[in-house]
Design a protein around this ligand. Sequence first.
Ligand SMILES: *Cc1c(COP(=O)(O)O)cnc(C)c1O
Length: 216
Amino acid sequence: MSIAENLQQIKNSIPLTVTLVAVTKTKSVTEIMEAYDAGQRDFGENKIQEMVAKYELLPKDICWHMIGHLQSNKVKYMAEFVHLVHGVDKFKTLVEINKQAQKYNRIINCLLQVHIAKEETKFGFSFDEITAILNNQEYQSLQNVKVIGLMGMATFTEDETQIQAEFHLLSQYFQTLKVKYPQFTTLSMGMSSDYSIAIMEGSTVIRVGSAIFGRR
Ligand SMILES: *Cc1c(COP(=O)(O)O)cnc(C)c1O
């Protein structure tokens, strides 16, 4: 199937209220344009420099999502244009995004990444750490970042019960925060292999790469 057909099939299978981010890491500008020409406008990359290079070559009405682990010293390159930063996993990074956003007189939307998987290697905060940040005065003084929700990645496993349990836990925590913080609108969870489970558990944004563009 073509990129356009894959996109259409995924779109037909998800609610209209769920945003589909097409993950284009390692994919060429030609492949991205095929998705763009099929109407796709939200694209995700996991490396800042790769995203910047593609931003410069591609149409300017694309919404660029930074979905990967962030190095603070590279935040400055994307501050002018990034649409949503999914993977904030250090308070220090949020401070840096705020600083760089200020230079462009922007407010950059961010998600805090939560560690829900069993693997040690996946990045992210614990629930307690997130609560601590939200109550922190320095956080509350940041004028140029807006935390609009959470992001999480499930364990890499075939065990769907476990994946569902991890998404469920994250979703419950998100719902709790949403009551207290009305700006919490966005829950980014679900990739090619598990987006259906994520949506059942209340995801509002899915990040899908290989199911659209094929294997990397
Ligand atoms: C690569 C990546 C995805 C997409 O993964 P697929 O399995 O190709 O859909 C989603 N989220 C993050 C953070 C990624 O790095």
